[in-house]
Design a protein around this ligand. Sequence first.
Ligand code: ASP
Length: 309
Amino acid sequence: MHMPNKYTLAVHGGAGTILRSEMTTEKEEAHKRALRDALRAGEAVLRKGGPALDAVEAAVRSLEDCEYFNAGRGSVFTHEGHHEMDASIMCGKTLGAGAAAMVQGIRNPIALARRILEASDHVLLCGPGALAFARDQGLEEAPPEYFFSEFRYRQLEEARARGSAQLDHTQKYGTVGAVACDRQGHLAAATSTGGLTNKRYGRVGDSPIIGAGTYANDLTCAVSCTGYGEYFLRGVVAYDVSCLMEYRGMSLAEAARHAIHHRQLALGGDGGLIAVDARGNVALPFNSEGMYRAWVREGEEAGVAIYRE
Ligand code: ASP
């Protein structure tokens, strides 16, 4: 097997209708800073020779702690005015996976997904059960005020005023994610989200679903998606990228592009993904206006971008 000795890491802070005309320089810089902080958190692990799994968890935690993105602290409101968060993580070496859906009051849902991977016999835990497990594991909780922001609450009021729990196309998907290849050539992927503003009836999107929002396999790639979850669920997008590589012999770039620009577009799905393979390649395709993203290869300068460039 090809054994790279250089690590690769990419993160995203969501895709969607991110318009230059609605952005201020300060807002752009603040988002870019947060993406760079997340890269740094993941790189700190990889530089020491640590595992990709620890790196993606660290990078996603950093994004969950930042109020700009729709995950952890910055999660959007449900119809009822709560926060229900979803997260998942997968190890490309063991194909071990952990995921949590509809979690309330846990500061870092990605840490919960990781504990589910490490310390339970299950892959996906939901709602009150996931919370009970988080408490058993001693994970940090946070009160509703921690997750509150005026901006998000206004978003909820606007969505309620439109009178529907539906998405509209001005939606910005602020989900966060990370993918990494470590110095041993092992891959991992992680994704975390607050879901969609004004969601109800226990709606869960692609982010906590292994194969849809998150997938990692050392033989192919590690993928984290962001976008209109219903379409990413139906397209089984993260696993699709892996399958296109495994069964059709596509490169990472070809497979990622095909999944987003052909299959998702054909389905009507709007969004993007980040992906790495074990050879140090990175792919960051999106079919929306923009996607908050940053990436780094060991020894090279990091890249940070928001729009199509
Ligand atoms: N995919 C997420 C969901 O549908 C949303 C996002 O990417 O921001 O829950």
